[in-house]
Write a protein that binds this ligand. Structure first.
Ligand code: PEP
Ligand code: MN
Length: 462
């Protein structure tokens, strides 16, 4: 964290149509990390001006509904399922890939709804997850060193100087790609594609695989429940539509600020780039630009908490991001690693609970469990991922607090990026089947298997 955004950005204050609100630009004088160097680019000011004028991607009323839903989850009356790519790409924003991902999330949520006997809040890491924090600014291959790939909103994955240049026009493309992704998501989830009976039918494909025979009895129970609903005259027409929310890491504050609008009903600022935004483990310093900016918008906010997070960090973040202790406002997404979760999580949860704050606790069992395979791929073991999920449930069950959700990197496609699962992926499969430009994702089957395992654990408990 060296320069502040105000020093970096010669075009500030903006002269375009950006919403003005007290405090909304205070982040510009605070330390910031993980930002592109594009402020001197002639394309920067026009991109920001354009983004300040475009229609919102989500509406303030929907954001308020999500806050209510998350408040239910914080009180133990709903469960959050949040999933999608580590990094979305422009190229992969196709109808097939988007629908496969939405479909997988819907399939997982039917299983989880049954297991938890609770409504599941469905949320994509989708329609805006285009910017990545990186541990190094550069990448070296052989003799050549170029800027690291920071997500399609900043530069290209291809290893050439032109592709790796930080290009502010990419923010505008990210906006349009998010808009078309969200358009398709809205069409799918409102247009009959989410029909409970249909989603249930897709899940039969999973248990038809002999490798998944151990999940048959749970699948049969769900089948019986659906038939029971049917004969009781449940209104399946109403179950054809589901709410589906969009979320991403609020990393590029240039973009997030430009898409912030003042809601005409409430007079308050909403970041209209997504319903839910989270702050990453690397940008969550209390006095940072990221925490300040997100403290000013009305959206529900998540913060990732890694194994080095202290209870003091958590309490200070609550004071800053949720000063009014509003249920649904703040979600802590813990990503401790399977090795650490049982040791590190209890104190955090205990101290936060003792403070009287009511946050939503969600597990991200991916980011603390990344390893390199012997053949050189960034991967995760399905067993480690599941072990962290189990640890998360154990800790909350022991403390009497509510394990409120799952945050996963997953895809609806048949990729090979994470090791293991009942129909196991091995490292040789990476050579052909590894597609992620960033972190490894659970594939379609591994995602469903996780849902069955979690649902089994929840059903036992209930
Ligand atoms: C991510 O969610 O892709 C990510 C970078 O996570 P974290 O901030 O937890 O490292
Ligand atoms: Mn990731």
């Amino acid at each position: 964290m060296s320069q502040t955004p105000a020093e970096l950005d010669p075009s500030f204050p903006p002269t375009s149509g950006a919403a003005v609100y007290p405090g909304l630009d205070d982040w510009r004088s605070l330390p910031i990390s993980q930002q592109p160097s594009w402020h001197d680019d002639p394309g920067y000011a026009p991109a920001i001006a354009e983004l300040s004028m475009v229609p919102p991607l989500v509406f303030a009323g929907e954001v308020d509904i999500l806050r209510d839903r998350l408040a239910q989850a914080a009180q133990g009356k709903a469960f959050l399922l949040q999933g999608g790519d580590c990094a979305e790409t422009f190229e992969a924003a196709t109808a097939d890939k988007i629908s496969a991902r939405v479909r997988t999330i819907l399939q997982m949520s039917v299983v989880l709804t049954y297991g938890a006997s609770l409504p599941v809040i469905k949320m994509g890491r989708m329609a805006g997850q285009f910017a990545k924090p990186r541990s190094s600014n550069d990448e070296t291959r052989g003799e050549t060193t170029l800027p690291a790939y920071r997500g399609d909103m900043v530069n290209g994955f291809e290893f050439t100087p032109e592709s790796r240049r930080h290009d502010p026009a990419r923010m505008v493309r990210a906006y349009h790609t998010s808009a078309s992704t969200l358009n398709l998501i809205r069409a799918f989830t409102q247009g009959g594609f989410a029909d409970l009976r249909l989603v249930h039918h897709w899940n039969r494909g999973f248990t038809a695989n002999p490798a998944h025979s151990r999940y048959e009895s749970l699948a049969r129970d769900i089948d019986r429940a659906v038939r029971f609903m049917d004969v009781c005259g449940a209104d399946f027409e109403a179950l054809k539509r589901v709410e589906f929310f969009a979320s991403h890491e609020a990393l590029l504050l240039d973009y997030e600020r430009a898409l912030t609008r003042i809601d005409s009903r409430t007079g308050q600022p909403y970041d209209t780039s997504a319903h839910f935004l989270w702050i990453g483990e690397r940008t969550r310093d209390l006095d940072s630009a990221h925490v300040d900016f997100l403290s000013r918008v009305r959206n529900p906010i998540g913060v990732k908490l890694g194994p080095n997070s202290t209870p003091e960090d958590a309490l200070a973040l609550i004071d800053k991001l949720d000063p009014n202790r509003e249920p649904g406002r703040l979600t802590f997404i813990t990503r401790m690693g399977a090795q650490n979760i049982r040791e590190k999580l209890p104190t955090l949860v205990e101290k936060v609970t003792a403070s009287g704050a009511q946050v939503l606790w969600v597990t991200d069992p991916m980011h603390g469990n990344t390893v390199t395979s012997p053949n050189g791929y960034k991967t995760r073991n399905f067993d480690d991922v599941m072990d962290e999920v189990r640890g998360f449930f154990e800790v909350h069950n022991a403390l009497g607090t509510f394990p409120g959700g799952l945050h996963v990197e997953m895809t609806g496609d048949d990729v090979s990026e994470c090791l293991g699962g009942a129909d196991p992926v091995d490292q040789e499969a990476f050579v052909e089947g590894y597609e992620s430009v960033c972190d490894p994702r659970l594939n379609h089957m591994q995602s469903l298997e996780m849902a069955f395992l979690v649902a089994g654990a929840l059903a036992e408990k209930g």
